[in-house]
Each structure stands twice: as structure tokens, then as C-alpha cells.
Design a protein around this ligand. Structure first.
Ligand code: DGL
Length: 273
């Protein structure tokens, strides 16, 4: 039996990253944690989202994962790099891969990033992109996650909101989808910003980084995915349809059980000090 890779997000968005991971690592097993009882993370205070990330990471560690992918930009912006330092297994976020994807694609050096309020307010994308000498325009799109979670990615409302959020988009050649829910909205975003703008997301580059670190370790899994969901299972299955549906067992989890898992990470850190 090989150890699974843990992947988490506030909702179904991280399934876009899981898809890329499964393509690159077909022999690995995965545990996907979807915190739908507490979605969206994007409007919540940073300290609260950091605590959620500690709880979920602690829970995944208890399930003996070999590494954890934070398939959520908001949680990556809130909890990294501290969470990676505090865990006993490797942790990957999605912001560095998103920055790397943009660096590879841009020719003009002028890029845009859209994300949740939390991600954009953290300034993490902006500072990492500027450190590469790129010019950055950033915009929070708080309603986008709701559209995806409600299965409205294809709706007229999605187009109206995309036009609203991107009304002041300057002359960029690359737009980073800085939220793992947003690839679901890619067709509407592309329509609004025009074909001259390349949309990039972190899924593929994240999967490359994880595969480079773990791929060669002779995984003997069977490509199985087990889903843990803190909200309603039928709603999760329904929403996940837009990302190709859910394969594997889906296990409902009482969110109140998570606080002990968060505490276990912190107490193991303090006992190491
Ligand atoms: N998919 C997440 C992200 O990448 C979280 C969105 C939310 O819960 O607000 O930021």
C-alpha cells in the first residue's frame, strides 16, 4: 500500500488541480478534502483561513498522507510558508506555480491576476510577480466562487459579473486565474477579455512540481481517490459535475471534528521546539 497524497480546497475548485495531479501521477492514490461547510474562504479573515488550513492539514496527516497540496490560493496565501514548516510531510501551494505559469507565457511582461478578496488583499501574487520584473494589475472577483459552487458558470450572470470585474483590465497579454475555482469560468472570462489574452492557471505547474518531488518514489497505489466533504454530499456531487464529476468514495465529515486535528499540528510543533 502506498501513502496517498492529500489535496484540499474550500470546495470543488481544487478538483481542477486534482485532475492535473492524477494525469501526472496515475499510480498514486489521493485524498481530496472539500471544506464545503465553510466555503467561501475568500471573504473570511486571514487568521481564520489559516486555522482551517491547519485543521485540514492535521486531519490529512492523521490519514498518513505522503504530502499535501493546498489546492486553494486563499489558503496558500494565508497559511504558507508557516504551515509547510510546521508539518512533517511536504506541502505544495498553488501561488508559486501560478506565478511560474505566467512567467512562462507572458511576452509583454504585463500580466493580470484575479482571485478572491483574501488572495488579492494578501498581495502575495503581486509581490512575487513584481519580483520577476513583471507589471501587474490585480482584481478581486468575490462572486465568482459562488457562481461555480452554485453550478452557474455558464450563465448570463457569470458573463455580467465577468464584464464588471474585468471592465478596467489594462493591456495585458496574460491573465492568471488566481483561484482554483476560476478555470471552470475560463470560457466566459476568455470571451470577455478577448483571445489576445492568455489565461493561465496553476494546476499543471503544481502537478509538475509534485510529480518531480514524488513521482519517482515507486507509488503502488491504484489511482484511487477518496473524498472527505464537510458540507452536504449531494450538493458536492452535483457541483462537481462541472469539473467532470467525482470518482471514488465520498465520506461526509463533521466539521467540528477538525479542531482537534489543528491543535495536534500546533502541539507537535511546540513539543519539537
Ligand atoms: N478555490 C479557492 C482559491 O483558490 C477558494 C475560494 C473560496 O473559497 O473563496 O482561492
Amino acid at each position: 500500500m502506498s501513502q496517498p497524497i492529500g489535496v484540499f480546497d474550500s470546495g470543488v475548485g481544487g478538483l481542477t488541480v486534482l485532475k492535473a495531479l492524477r494525469r501526472k501521477l496515475p499510480n498514486h492514490d489521493f485524498i481530496y478534502f472539500s471544506d464545503t461547510a465553510r466555503v467561501p474562504y475568500g471573504r473570511k479573515p486571514k487568521a481564520m483561513v489559516r486555522e482551517f488550513a491547519y485543521e485540514i492539514a492535521g486531519f490529512l496527516q492523521q490519514l498518513d498522507v505522503c504530502g499535501i497540496v493546498i489546492a486553494c490560493n486563499t489558503a496558500s496565501a494565508s497559511a504558507l510558508p508557516q504551515l509547510a514548516d510546521d508539518l512533517d510531510v511536504p506541502v505544495w501551494g498553488v501561488i508559486d506555480p501560478g506565478v511560474e505559469a505566467a512567467r512562462r507565457v507572458t511576452r509583454s511582461g504585463h500580466v493580470a491576476v484575479i482571485g478572491t478578496k483574501g488572495t488579492i488583499a494578501s498581495g502575495v501574487y503581486q509581490s512575487k510577480l513584481k519580483a520577476l520584473g513583471l507589471k501587474v494589475w490585480a482584481q478581486a472577483c468575490p462572486m465568482f466562487v459562488h457562481l461555480v459552487e452554485e453550478g452557474l458558470a455558464d450563465s448570463e450572470d457569470a458573463e455580467v459579473l465577468a464584464r464588471h470585474y474585468l471592465a478596467k483590465l489594462p493591456d495585458v497579454d496574460t491573465l492568471i486565474l488566481g483561484c482554483t475555482h476560476y478555470p471552470v469560468l475560463a470560457p466566459v472570462i476568455q470571451r470577455v477579455c478577448g483571445s489576445a489574452v492568455a489565461l493561465v492557471s496553476s494546476a499543471e505547474v503544481t502537478a509538475d512540481a509534485v510529480a518531480a518531488a514524488l513521482g519517482g518514489n515507486g507509488a503502488k497505489g491504484s489511482g484511487r481517490v477518496t473524498h472527505y466533504v464537510t458540507g452536504g454530499v449531494p450538493a458536492y456531487l452535483h457541483t462537481a459535475e462541472v469539473i467532470g464529476g467525482v470518482e471514488g468514495q465520498v465520506i461526509p465529515l463533521d466539521v467540528t471534528r477538525l479542531s482537534d486535528a489543528g491543535r495536534s499540528v500546533r502541539s507537535s510543533v511546540s513539543s519539537r521546539l
